[in-house]
Design a protein around this ligand. Structure first.
Ligand code: SAM
Length: 263
C-alpha cells in the first residue's frame, strides 16, 4: 500500500478496517492483516462472502433509502477504507444533492477517505474523526453538515459489534436515534452467531487474542433489540444476503442486518 501519512501506525497488529479491506480484495492492508484474514477464512470460509454481502447490503439499503425513502442526509459511522460503492457514491448516484457525514476513529481510514471519497458539487461529503463510544461528539460534528430537523439515515454497518458491553452498545445506538427526527432511518449490520455457531465463537476468540478493536458477535434477537421503538422494514433482521436480494441470495453469512424507520 502507499506510504501512510499517519504517525505511529501499528502495522504489526491486525486491524479491523484493513482486514475488511483484505477480504474485499483491496490493497490497503499489511502482512499482519493478511495473515489474520487467511487464518480466519481457514476457520470460517464464508467470512469473505460475509464482507462482500455486507457491502451489497450497504448498496441495496442506501439505494432504497434515497430512492424510495426520500432520504437526502446520511450519517455513516464506521466508514472503513474506501472501496467500491461507498455510501456517498451510492446515495449521490440516485440523488446528487445528498449530504453524507462519514465517521471513523481510525486515522488511516480518515487519511484515505479524505483523499478518495470526493462527493458531488450539489451534495456534501464530510469526514469526522470520532469514536462511536462518544455519541455526543459525533452528534456535535454531524450538526455542522446535517440538518437535524429533516430525516437522516444513520448507518452503523460492521461497527456496533466493536462495543462489547451490551448495555453500552444499546445506550449509544439509542442516544444517536433519539436525536433523529421522525422519518429517519436506522440501518445496522452486525456479526451474529446464530449460524455456524462453533466457528463464529472460534474466530471471535482468535481475533480478540490478536486484533484490534476487539469484537462481540450477538444473536439475531440481541441485534433486533437495537431497533426497539422503531418499525423494522421487511424482511426484518436477517443475514445480509437475505435483505432484499436481487437474485439468488446464496449462502447465509454471519453478518445480520436490518433497516428500521423512526415514526
Ligand atoms: C469492518 S469496517 C466496516 C466498514 C463499512 N461500514 C462496511 O460495512 O463495509 C469497521 C469500521 O469501523 C471503524 N470502527 C471500529 N470501532 C470504532 C469506533 N469505536 N468508533 C469509530 N469507528 C470505529 C473501523 O476503524 C473500521 O473502519
Amino acid at each position: 500500500m502507499t506510504e501512510p501519512t499517519v504517525k505511529n501506525l501499528d502495522t504489526g497488529t491486525p486491524h479491523s478496517a484493513r482486514l475488511w479491506n483484505y477480504w474485499l480484495g483491496g490493497k490497503d492492508n499489511f502482512q499482519a492483516d493478511r495473515d489474520a484474514g487467511e487464518a480466519i477464512a481457514g476457520m470460517l470460509p464464508s467470512i469473505v462472502a460475509l464482507a462482500r454481502e455486507d457491502r451489497k447490503f450497504l448498496r441495496r439499503s442506501v439505494e432504497h433509502l434515497v430512492r424510495d425513502g426520500g432520504i437526502r442526509q446520511i450519517l455513516d459511522i464506521g466508514t472503513g477504507l474506501p472501496t467500491a460503492d461507498n455510501t456517498h457514491q451510492v446515495a449521490q448516484n440516485v440523488a446528487p444533492e445528498t449530504r453524507v457525514v462519514y465517521v471513523d476513529n481510525d486515522p488511516l481510514v480518515l487519511v484515505h477517505a479524505r483523499a478518495l471519497l470526493q462527493g458531488t458539487d450539489e451534495g456534501e461529503t464530510t469526514y469526522v474523526e470520532a469514536d462511536l463510544n462518544d455519541p455526543e461528539s459525533i452528534l456535535r460534528a454531524a450538526r455542522e453538515t446535517l440538518d437535524f430537523s429533516q430525516p437522516i439515515a444513520l448507518t452503523l454497518l460492521g461497527i456496533v459489534h466493536f462495543i462489547r458491553d451490551d448495555e453500552a452498545a444499546l445506550a449509544v445506538v439509542r442516544r444517536l436515534v433519539e436525536e433523529l427526527p421522525p422519518g429517519s432511518y436506522l440501518a445496522i449490520a452486525h456479526g451474529c452467531h446464530d449460524i455456524n455457531t462453533e466457528e463464529a465463537h472460534r474466530i471471535v476468540d482468535f481475533w480478540n487474542e490478536r486484533g484490534t478493536p476487539k469484537i462481540k458477535y450477538r444473536s439475531s434477537a440481541e441485534i433486533a433489540a437495537f431497533f426497539e421503538g422503531l418499525r423494522l422494514l421487511e424482511p426484518g433482521v436477517v443475514p445480509c444476503n437475505r435483505w432484499r436480494p436481487e437474485g439468488d441470495p446464496g449462502e447465509d453469512v454471519n453478518q445480520y442486518c436490518g433497516v428500521a424507520i423512526k415514526e
